[in-house]
Design a protein around this ligand. Structure first.
Ligand SMILES: [Zn+2]
Length: 303
């Protein structure tokens, strides 16, 4: 059987402008796709509509173009995909794999639940065998069990979680009616035929949940590579919350070189004054996946 053609993706959330950490993920996924002769798709993860910032998505597309990224096919917007997410949830409910949950955040906190692997609270399973008398469902959750769910990451090695104790039955549709990130990503990776996910290691803890969902929905599981995450001097991931500086398109060539260096590439000194096109020509010819550092986070001092 022939291997599926390589198809990668970059999937930013329009919660603010791209910063150096986003650039590292974009560069890593783009060059891995091109090195495999594969496609690189773009998805705007605007499923969590209250967090979207007006104009941010257009800014992201303009920034990617200014940095010389060329994506294949039309951009997929999660905000147009609610019917697909609803259909996936219906399938899971019909199969008895998902169920309605009446618990408020406070009730979960008061139930003696322990911290989940991603910093939230592990769901204690209160509504798993039916809603408490007189209560109605406000969210929908996916059943998990405590067998080991895992995968071998191309960079981080073997990752295993016991979903029941590490996160508990997790939310597919939230009390505010929005579909959860985990469901949207699993449905969209399948819809776009993604063979390879290359993204920041901040999403490593989410991956076993996405793989569990893929199994429940009968989807293929992509290969994964979780890149080191760019952190500031005090070890916080660069993000809008930690006030990471927006990318500066006038410095695109310099920042691409910095991203390549961050990813362990042996960038020659003469590339320091190169154009965006010259940086990409070198990067596509000289890209070495094997040179990417294996650790999940690396501090950077932004220029
Ligand atoms: Zn509940």
């Amino acid at each position: 059987m022939a291997a599926a053609p390589y198809r990668g993706r970059f999937a930013p959330s329009p919660t603010g402008p791209l910063h150096f950490g986003s650039l590292v993920a974009a560069v890593g996924s783009y060059l891995d796709a091109r090195a495999h002769g594969g496609e690189w798709l773009l998805r705007i993860e605007d499923v969590d509509t209250p967090r979207n910032v007006t104009g941010a998505a257009d800014g992201i597309l303009a920034t990617l173009a200014a940095y010389g990224f060329a994506w294949d096919g039309p951009v997929l917007w999660q905000s147009t995909r609610f019917a697909a997410y609803a259909a996936a949830l219906e399938r899971l409910l019909a199969a008895g794999l998902a169920y309605g949950c009446a618990c408020s955040r406070k009730e979960i906190a008061d139930s003696g639940s322990h911290p989940a692997i991603d910093g939230g609270l592990a769901y204690p399973g209160t509504c798993r065998h039916g809603l408490p008398t007189g209560r109605t469902a406000r969210a929908w959750r996916l059943r998990v069990d405590d067998t080991a769910t895992g995968f071998v990451d191309r960079l981080q090695g073997r990752i295993l979680q016991h979903l029941e104790s590490d996160v508990g039955d997790f939310v597919l549709r939230r009390a505010d009616g929005l579909f959860a990130y985990q469901l949207a990503v699993a449905v969209d990776d399948e819809f776009q035929g993604i063979s390879d996910v290359v993204r920041g290691a901040d999403l490593l803890a989410s991956t076993p949940r996405q793989i569990w969902l893929q199994h429940c929905l009968g989807y293929a599981t992509p290969r994964y590579a979780h890149l080191p995450v760019a952190c500031n001097a005090v070890g916080e991931k660069l993000s809008k919350q930690t006030r990471a500086a927006p990318l500066r398109p006038e410095a695109a060539a310099d920042q691409l070189v910095q991203a390549l260096s961050f990813l362990g590439q042996a960038v020659p000194a003469e590339l320091a004054r190169a154009s965006v096109a010259e940086v990409w020509a070198w990067a596509k010819a000289g890209w070495s996946f094997a040179a990417i550092p294996r650790q999940p986070a690396i501090a950077v001092v932004p220029a």
